[in-house]
Design a protein around this ligand. Structure first.
Ligand code: NAP
Ligand code: ZN
Ligand code: ZN
Length: 350
């Protein structure tokens, strides 16, 4: 076993703290990675605080992982020592079901293995995430960080980037389409950048009027303050796809009204409690739909990283020391993050 140091939650409410644990010995198809940066996703907070249901502690969160390869197993062909690599939200799946064969491992019939909070098949132990010194992952679930990409601002692409890229591809977003993005946080700011790079006409919906200038700087053509009824009315019947990244219950009815005929509202945010249900007429009129989308599979995640490299896209980040993560969580809850915290793992306290 490989000794590792993590920053773990020990219960739903105490501050996070250093915790020593072990990574499995690398097998023939495994890649051993020294972690340099890890993004702080709102899902980390939902999960370690038990907002999505009770969990086992200690738990090291983190699934926006970037680092360098330390060593590889005998049968690893894609990576070698020193390569810049990433690990996202999943580290295994059955690999044989129709979804896995289609490269949609996130929808694996038997359930994928989450990077943290899952069960590691090799050892039967809980998986532990990227707020840690090292990780060992099968090469199929490792991503290549394209040459020249800044590693710290690449980290959030492994969750916030792919979670927004995948539905933009699924709904075939391109020039001439109106795309709405709801919530300017980690996911939302990536959605604005990616939709703009794909050529769409981008509308940002925000509850924070002070974020309007940033929304435009990031690529939005139009910013609508969603609590302003007149502004919402002005945006009626103008969008084809909306990516809703909001982390808490909120009004969906008003957003549905901004869709054109055959438009789709895609829910990405993992609100711990349900939204109030929109009326049937919100869908019947103009034949609208509501959908959801979960992260992305491995091939699409690599495609997203390569797309970002080609278009010069990274996350807008604030690099913080590992010991600052509780303050980071508090600020994220206040919407005070521009637009993703990334932990500098060289500051991991021993
Ligand atoms: P974040 O950085 O905290 O951003 C969420 C944004 O939502 C906020 O910046 C805020 O934007 C808006 N918001 C927050 N509370 C609100 C409220 N009560 N009413 C209206 N708007 C509100 O979070 P994130 O990391 O982007 O994650 C967003 C959500 O996506 C989380 O629930 C996370 O668990 C989930 N998630 C899902 C997937 C997936 O695969 N589907 C993957 C990753 C994350 P404004 O200030 O602009 O209004
Ligand atoms: Zn995430
Ligand atoms: Zn499968």
């Amino acid at each position: 076993m490989i000794p590792a140091l993590g920053y773990a939650a020990h219960d739903p409410s105490s501050p996070m703290a250093p915790w020593r644990f072990e990574r499995r010995d690398p097998g023939p198809t495994d890649v051993r990675i020294r972690i340099e940066y890890c993004g702080v996703c709102h899902s980390d907070l939902h999960f370690v605080r038990g907002e999505w249901g009770p969990i086992k502690y200690p738990q090291v969160p983190g699934h926006e992982i970037v680092g360098r390869v330390v060593s590889v197993g005998d049968r690893v062909s894609k990576y070698k020592q020193g390569d810049a690599v990433g690990v996202g939200c999943l580290v295994d799946s059955c690999r044989t079901c129709a979804s896995c064969e289609a490269g949609l491992e996130q929808y694996c019939d038997t359930g994928h293995t989450q990077t943290y909070g899952g069960i590691e098949k090799e050892t039967g132990r809980p998986t532990q995430g990227g707020y840690s010194s090292e990780i060992v992952v099968d090469e199929r679930f490792v991503l290549r960080i394209p040459d020249g990409m800044d590693l710290a601002s690449a980290a959030p692409l492994l969750c916030a980037g792919i979670t927004t890229f995948s539905p933009l591809r699924q709904w075939k977003v391109g020039p001439g389409m109106g795309v709405g993005v709801v919530g300017l946080g980690g996911l939302g700011h990536m959605a604005v950048k990616l939709a703009r790079a794909m050529g769409a006409e981008v509308t940002l919906f925000t509850t924070s009027p002070e974020k309007a200038a940033d929304g435009e700087r990031l690529g939005a053509h139009r910013v609508v303050v969603s609590r302003d009824a007149a502004a919402m009315k002005g945006a009626q019947n103008s969008l084809d796809v909306i990516l809703d990244t909001v982390s808490a219950p909120h009004d969906l009815e008003g957003l549905l009204g901004t869709l054109r005929r055959d438009g789709t509202l895609v829910l990405l945010g993992g609100s711990p409690s349900p939204h109030s249900s929109p009326s049937a007429f919100s869908f019947i009129m103009r034949r609208k739909r509501m959908a959801g989308s979960l992260i992305g599979g491995l091939p699409e995640t690599q495609e997203m990283l390569d797309f970002c490299a080609k278009h010069g896209i990274g996350a807008d980040i604030e690099l913080i020391p590992v010991a600052g993560v509780d303050e980071g969580y508090a600020r994220m809850l206040r919407g005070d993050v521009k637009y993703r915290f990334v932990l500098d793992m060289s500051t991991l306290p021993g």
